[in-house]
Design a protein around this ligand. Structure first.
Ligand SMILES: [Zn+2]
Ligand SMILES: [Zn+2]
Ligand SMILES: [Zn+2]
Length: 760
């Protein structure tokens, strides 16, 4: 017998005797570390150690009633809180290699630095396995007696006690889907009796193990037939997940994986696309024929073959990489078509460059063996295979080591693809427009069809993309019927163009999606400043098509929504005092667009992006209730390269920054209101002096008794040295004016109407 140490993850000593015990804690990847092979000590019917016997885990796995963690309306949080087994404080947990449960725990234990409090109690916590697929079964679904939803499999996760508080669990349920019970273990489908058509949860149910979505054993190299069965399931049951062919795709090139050559895209081509992080690795010329491609591309070619496809689209090989080539710009502009046209997108979800390859795709890329053990149910004396279930897609997304989600380019690839096959650290995940599936949850064992009950929404920022992409037919019908603004006043949810959402509804969704995607996009990194616009062109093309918008202007929907100028950089304090670097100018791009800066942006009043007529009924009712009106809005005039022409109101005043930023009538000590930035009163970035501003919009609120509060959103200008230079945007400020506004001569004199405002 040997002890197993959780600090250095080696056998031979207790944690108390570990020489590695005082190492500094770092930012470790959650989930299991190296997997030790216990072949030498394993026997088929190993007995549990005394502590493990007392845990009665088979009762939890087979017989206890476990509450649905993610049920959005469940009121039974406290009921589930009691269903756990305590393991004690981390450093006091003794594991031995002769006990099968100890070996399993050793295999799935989170690293010490992934926990919240190092000295906290650790618990084994049961979870319905379908919760690991990121969906919820709502209480009002067609399952009134709960027979279906009670046919759930159970997995046990390890978590620290603070994570078990009612508030923590509620928080997890609220942020839904993103729960972080990383690695767990459950009864494997390999040891379950075959599911018969007549399986029911009545009468002898207590004696039968639950079948609903058990653990699935996985080998170090992925079993491609599992991925094929996911694609097949999706082909059979989800008509809205199909790839969308358009003839524009004939302008693209494909890798023919059989001849290893680049060919023009054949008509109605069935192809896969690749989404990966380049990481400064650029394939050399002719790398395909020379066989010197980066590992990720080589693996993707192999995976394409194994999945039975002939064509693969990879940006590095299929787009002319000359930055000045018109062909490149044309291809970037149809990036949405390319990803939506792919049968599925292979995602290199793990690793920070194209040298990492696709985890598990080939023997060279093998993953550690999956911990699994035989545990005997003391009640029935039945032996069960119990296997590790790896972190969910959502959890893996949150890993500090997940580079894929930090890159600007990958955002549109994730959102615009119909189906994603994501090669993660320890398992492959699948996400289509309807379900999330994963390698270590066996969706083929689902006698009650829980998968069909799972709600499709993933609760992520990309949800409007999914909803919009289901509106393709409606968008095409609108385009055919004359396109832009054809039925904008039709606010009913269904227009007469084939049953899809109305144009007004689609524009609402597009605006909401634009706002949230921009926040995400600008918080991501890119290797080259020159990609600032290129990396979101596909996303913008998609929104433009789906909502019949006019061309975007340097990334902004300015022609349709001039208020899209009202973005601002996110401040450190609004991010809970995470220190953000100050925004940095990107010289090749205009200052009035987010593409002209590096730094996360957001819209202060995203709902004001849409003209009043296009707002939802709820938003309009809210405006009426609060007696809010908007005026002095900016209008788009035209664009000449980087110079935008606008019509609207301008104002000049002096700023004095101590103690707060206050606006003064220039040359006087007449204070005319407070200035804020990011809705904060203490901006440090505003200088003192006399400045010109462009009014983007005034929001007027009736305070009652004839009093009004005015909030003006102003672009603060930089005169770029004066002397006739076209000014640029310095920042966005809010000017707060209490009381009457226009009637006071001082204010009226200050506002000037101009038909030709220029900004660069
Ligand atoms: Zn150790
Ligand atoms: Zn044990
Ligand atoms: Zn599907």
């Amino acid at each position: 017998m040997a002890f197993l140490c959780l600090l250095c993850h080696q056998a031979g000593h207790k944690m108390a005797d570990c020489s590695d015990g005082n190492r500094p804690r770092g930012n470790n990847t959650p989930g299991p570390k190296a997997v030790t092979s216990f072949a030498a000590v394993k026997t088929s019917r190993d007995a549990l150690c005394a502590r493990c016997e007392d845990l009665h885990v088979m009762d939890l796995l087979l017989r206890e009633d476990v509450v649905d963690e993610l049920d959005t309306v469940y009121k039974a949080v406290s009921t589930n809180l009691k269903r756990h087994r305590s393991l004690g404080p981390y450093r006091d947990i003794v594991l031995v290699d002769t006990c099968p449960l100890c070996r399993l725990l050793f295999g799935i234990f989170p690293p010490e630095d992934a926990d919240i409090e190092p000295d906290a109690d650790y618990l084994l916590k049961p979870l319905r396995t379908y919760n690991r697929l990121g969906g919820v079964i709502r209480a009002d679904d067609d399952d009134s007696d709960n027979t279906k939803r009670n046919a759930y499999g159970v997995s046990l996760s390890i978590l620290a006690r603070p994570m078990l508080s009612k508030q923590a669990v509620e928080l997890l349920a609220m942020s839904s889907y993103r729960f972080i019970y990383e690695t767990s273990f459950g009864i494997a489908s390999s040891s379950l009796p075959p599911t018969s058509a007549t399986t029911s949860t009545t009468s002898t149910a207590a004696a039968k193990p639950r079948q609903g979505l058990p653990a699935r054993p996985r080998a170090p190299v992925v079993d491609y037939s599992v991925i094929q069965s996911w694609l097949h399931r999706c082909d059979t049951h989800h008509p809205d997940c199909t790839a969308v062919w358009v003839d524009e795709l004939l302008t693209t090139s494909m890798i023919d994986v059989q001849t290893l050559s680049i060919v023009p895209c054949p008509a109605n081509c069935r192809y896969l696309a690749l989404s990966y992080v380049w990481g400064h690795v650029v394939p050399e010329e002719d790398a395909l024929t020379k066989g010197t491609l980066p590992a990720t591309i080589t693996d993707a070619i192999e995976a394409t073959k194994k999945l039975g496809f002939r064509y693969l689209w990879v940006d590095a090989l299929c787009i002319d990489q000359d930055p000045t080539s018109p062909a490149k710009m044309q291809q970037l502009g149809i990036m949405d078509r390319i990803y939506a046209g792919a049968y599925a997108t292979l995602v290199a979800f793990y690793g920070d460059s194209s040298l990492f390859g696709l985890r598990g795709s080939t023997p060279e890329r093998a993953r550690p063996a999956q911990p699994h053990e035989t545990l005997v149910d003391p009640l029935t004396r039945t032996a069960y295979d119990v296997a590790a279930m790896y972190p969910t897609m959502a959890a893996e997304w949150e890993f500090p080591t997940c580079t894929h989600k930090t890159r600007a380019w990958t955002l549109q690839e994730e959102y615009l693809s119909q189906r994603l096959i994501m090669f993660g650290k320890d398992q492959v995940h699948y996400r289509c427009q309807n379900v999330i599936l994963t390698e270590t949850v066996d969706e083929t064992r689902d006698p009650s069809q829980l998968l069909d009950l799972l709600q499709s929404g993933t609760g992520e920022a990309g949800d409007y993309f999914r909803e919009l992409s289901k509106s393709r037919a409606a968008a095409q019908a609108d385009a055919a019927a004359g396109g832009h603004k054809s039925n904008i006043n039709n606010t009913s949810n269904n227009s007469n163009n084939g049953g899809g959402p109305s144009l007004a509804r689609r524009r609402q969704m597009a605006a909401a999606q634009y706002v949230s995607a921009l926040d995400d996009y600008t918080s991501r990194n890119m290797a080259r400043d020159t990609d600032s616009l290129n990396a979101c062109l596909g996303m913008l093309s998609f929104l433009k098509r789906m909502a019949s918008l006019q061309d975007f202007v340097w990334g902004l929907p300015l022609r349709d929504f001039p208020l899209s100028l009202m973005w601002c950089h996110v401040s450190s304090s609004s991010k809970g005092n995470i220190t953000l670097p100050p925004p940095r100018r990107r010289a090749d791009f205009p200052s009035w667009s987010f593409v002209g800066w590096q730094g996360e942006v957001s819209y202060i009043l995203p709902e004001n992006l849409l003209p009043v007529a296009e707002k939802s009924t709820r938003e309009r009712a809210e405006m009426d209730r609060k007696q809010i009106t908007h005026d002095l809005c900016i209008a788009f005039g035209g664009i000449d390269n980087k110079t935008v022409r606008l019509a609207g109101w301008t104002v000049r005043f002096a700023i004095q920054t101590a103690p707060f930023s206050t606006a003064y009538v220039p040359g006087t000590d007449e204070s005319i209101g407070m200035l804020t930035q990011n809705e904060e009163r203490h901006p440090t970035s505003l200088p003192s002096g006399v400045f010109d501003f462009v009014v983007v919009q005034r929001v007027k609120r009736n305070l009652g008794n004839g009093r009004f509060r005015h909030l003006l959103y102003l672009l603060m200008l930089d005169d770029n040295g004066g002397g006739g230079a076209v000014p640029s945007r310095r920042t966005l400020v809010q000017w707060n004016v209490e009381g009457s506004f226009i009637p006071t001569p001082a204010y009226a004199d200050m506002l000037k109407r101009r038909e030709d405002i220029q900004l660069v």
